[in-house]
Design a protein around this ligand. Sequence first.
Ligand code: KIV
Ligand code: ZN
Length: 503
Amino acid sequence: MNRVYIFDTTLRDGEQSPGVSLNIQEKLEIAGQLAKLGVDVIEAGFPIASPGDFEAVAAIAQKIKGPTIAALARINEKDIDRAWEALRYAEKPRIHTFIATSDIHMKYKLKKTREQVLAAIDKGIRYAKQFTSDIEFSPEDGSRTDIDFMLKVVETAINAGATVINIPDTVGYATPKEFGEFIRAIKTGVPNMDKAILSVHCHNDLGMAVANSLAAVENGAEQIECAVNGIGERAGNTALEEVVMALLTRKDYYGREVSINTEEIYRTSRLVSSLTGMPVQYNKAIVGKNAFAHESGIHQDGVLKERTTYEIMDPAKLGIIQNNIVLGKHSGRHAFRQRLEELGFELTEEELVKAFIRFKNLADRKKEITDKDLEAIVEDETRALPEKYVFDSLHLFSGSRVVPTATIGLKIGDEVVEEAACGDGPVDAVFKAIDKISQLGVSLSYYNLNAITGGKDAMGEVTVKVDFEGKTYLGRGLSTDIIEASAKAYINAINKVEYELSR
Ligand code: KIV
Ligand code: ZN
C-alpha cells in the first residue's frame, strides 16, 4: 500500500526526444543498468513503430530479468499483436495500451465519439488480456479529459481487465494542485478502482512534471512514470532521479517507499546522457555537475564543519564519483583494478587489459588521473562495437593565416589508409579526410565538446551525431587532444553506420 512503483520510460518516451536514436546494444545496456538501479518496470519501446524498436523490445524482454518489461501499443489488434510478439519471452511482460480521451484529441485527431472510444477501450483491453494478465491502460491527454468521462473511461478499462491505469498529462498543462485533485477524483470516484494500480505520466512543458507527479502521489497515485535525466517528448518527462530522491529525502513528508538502489543513480544518468548525446544541465537537481558544488565561502566552511549544514543528500549515496586524484604514471595494474572495483565497475580480463593500456597512455599526457578520468576511459572502452575503422594517426596543419589541412590514417584490418583534406577549421578538415576514406556521405548534425575534469591537461570528450539514410548515429571520442577526440568521435559514429549496414 505504501509503495510507489517506479516505471521507467527512458527507452520509449525518452527515446522519442528529438535527435535521440539508440541502437539495440545501447538500449540493452541502458535496460541492464535500469535493472541494476532497481526500477519496477522498464518500458522498452513501441514495437509497431519500427523494426528496430521491435527488435530492441524483444531483446530486452529476453535478456533483462528482474523488472517487468512493458511495450507500448495503440488500442488496436495490430499494435497489440506486435507488442505481444516482442514481449512474449519476458519474465514479467506488460502490454501498455492507450487511446486519447480528451474532447480535442477525439474530435480532431481520432474523429471518434466518446461512445466509440469507450467501445475501443473495452475491445482492445479484452483482446490484449488473452496474452498476459498485466495490462496497463493510458487515456492519452488525460489531464485535459472531462472528469465525468474520465471516470467512465477508467471504470470501463478496469472492467475489461486493465490492472494499471495510467493518467498522462500528455502536454504538460496541469498544475500540481489541480492534477492532485484530478487524481483524487479518479481514486475515489471510480467504483472498481481498488482492482487496479493508479499511475501518472507527466510531461515537463511548464517545468512541473516532478511537482505534478508528487502531487498525484499525495492524492493516491501508486506508480510514477519517469525517465532518467527527465528526457522525453519536447521538454521531457518527470525526471526519475528527482522524484525518487524527493520521495526518499522527504519520507517524513510523503511517507512512501520506493525500491531503488540509489547508488546507481549517478551512473545511470551518465550512461543515458552519453548514449543519447543529451547533456545534463550543470544545475540539474541530483545529477547536475553543480548539484553538490559549493561556491560561497560560507557554504564551503559549513560543509567542511558538518556536511548536512548545506547538503540535504549525501552524494556518495547517489554513487557520485568525487573528483579526487587517485592514480598517476607510476600506478600499477593492481591499483588500477582495485580502484575500478571500488568505483563499482565489473570488467572482464580483456576489458581490463585494454582499459589499463588507455590509462597508461593517458598518464603519459596527464599528470594526475582522477576517478572521473577512470570512469570516462572505462565507459569508452567497454562500449565498443565491432570497428571497421580504427584511428591510427593524425597530422594537422593549422593556424590563423593558413587553410587548415588534416591528414588522417585509419586502420582497416591490417592495412592503414591515409587521406588528406582542407576544411573551414581543423575539425572540419579532419572530418572531410575521414569522409574521403569512408565514402559514406554522412552529414554532421551535432557536435559537442566537454572537458572531463578541470585543468589544461583535461581530457576532452567529443560527442557527434551524423545522419545517414534518415537515421541518426552518435559517436563519442576521448583524448587530451581535442582534435584527436573529434576524429575518434566521428570515426565512432561512422563505425556504427557501418555496423548497421553489415547486419
Ligand atoms: O504522454 C503520453 O500521453 C504518453 C502516453 C502514451 C502514456 O506518452
Ligand atoms: Zn508521454
